[in-house]
Design a protein around this ligand. Structure first.
Ligand code: NAI
Ligand code: MG
Length: 331
């Protein structure tokens, strides 16, 4: 048995986590679940958004499955997501985006993976008020940060038999910072001669993605562009309810959906658990549990193929709970 830290999080987090844990138990995953608080729930119970005890459990387990955490806009709250990524140096944010058979969208044949740098760029929270009417944010790009994310992306491509890597940037304007990122990606590309490398400027990339998304395979990019592209790409395949993610570091990995805490539907048994469930699938694969991962994927596809069983975001009549029931029945 392997210990896993479970962070249900805020908003829809506890509702979708409940279903995912039922499903993991239904496939007899050899895991022990250690549930800990983080986010607003933790602030109310323990007076801290990220209690010491939660951090300790994650570092002892080395693996966590996490629901979304609400970050209030303004008001001096540091994002717990950013803090977790920094604390455990989870430098690679990996988000596979694929069409789900049965879920009809405007696009077919979308099968790409976003590899987002997760620790630097504009997300370090280094901002300052210059005067009453001026504020600044620091954008920091380093050779070390760029090199390890580029190498991660190319290794990912090699291991997963992907053919192409595109570096997405704005080096035409940010010549030093994005220029460094792009230069380092080009250098790392030379170590992977079998993988085709190209670079795409971020704004053009957005247009290309909505016109012909199938041209993309692995995308490697900086933190901010990766955040925005992830939601855009989720929209290509059915929305935020279906896209999973993994935050990978040297010693710790945290698996979580791309979406947030969805306050508009929280507490109503409406949320789609698919994105968190697919994040759990990525976790199982990371742990070498390929058979159990495949069983869950097959059951999910079976359920999603029946429109009525889906949750409302995918045009169905199902609730969070009934969707969980249907997956368990399909297993
Ligand atoms: P959001 O992703 O929570 O919601 C955007 C839209 O997608 C909403 O209409 C929501 O109902 C829908 N949606 C999201 N997940 C869904 C699901 N599983 N099933 C059905 N519909 C779903 O983004 P928003 O509203 O910008 O952020 C809300 C809060 O979440 C904020 O406090 C934000 O900081 C936080 N957040 C946390 C993340 C994390 O913990 N990793 C990631 C993104 C946002
Ligand atoms: Mg985001």
């Amino acid at each position: 048995m392997r210990n896993i830290a479970i962070l249900p999080g805020d908003g829809i987090g506890p509702e979708i986590m409940k279903q995912v844990l039922r499903i993991l138990k239904a496939v007899d995953a050899p895991l022990t679940y250690i549930e800990k608080d983080a986010g607003l729930t933790a602030l109310e119970k323990h007076g801290s958004l990220l209690p010491e005890d939660t951090v300790k459990t994650i570092s002892e387990c080395g693996i966590a499955l996490k629901g979304p955490i609400t970050t209030p806009v303004g008001g001096g709250f540091k994002s717990i997501n950013v803090l977790l990524r920094q604390t455990f140096d989870l430098y690679a944010n990996v988000r596979p985006v694929r069409n789900l058979p049965g879920v009809k969208t405007k696009y077919e044949n979308v099968d790409l993976t976003i590899v987002r740098e997760n620790t630097e760029d504009l997300y370090t929270g280094e901002e300052r008020q210059v005067d009453a009417d001026t504020a600044e944010s620091i954008k920091r790009i380093t050779r070390k940060g760029s090199e390890r994310i580029a190498r991660y992306a190319f290794n990912y491509a090699r291991l997963n038999k992907r053919k192409r890597v595109a570096a997405v940037h704005k080096a035409n304007i940010m010549k030093l910072s994005d220029g460094l990122f792009l230069k380092v990606c080009g250098e790392v590309a030379k170590e992977f001669p079998e993988i085709e490398f190209r670079d795409v400027i971020i704004d053009n990339c957005c247009m290309q993605l909505v016109i012909r998304p199938e041209q993309f395979d692995v995308i490697v990019t900086e933190n901010l562009y990766g955040d925005i592209l992830s939601d855009l790409c989720a929209g290509l395949v059915g929305g935020l309810g279906v896209v999973p993610g993994a935050n990978i570091g040297k010693d710790v990995a945290i698996f979580e959906p791309v979406h947030g805490s969805a306050p508009d539907i929280a507490g109503q048994d409406k949320a789609n658990p698919t994105a968190l469930l697919q994040s759990a699938v990525l976790m199982l694969r990371h742990l070498g549990e390929q058979d159990r991962a495949d069983r869950i994927v097959n059951a999910t596809l079976k359920v999603l193929a029946q429109t009525d069983l889906r949750t409302g975001d995918l045009g169905g009549k199902g609730s969070t709970t009934s969707f969980g029931d249907a997956i368990i029945a399909a297993l």
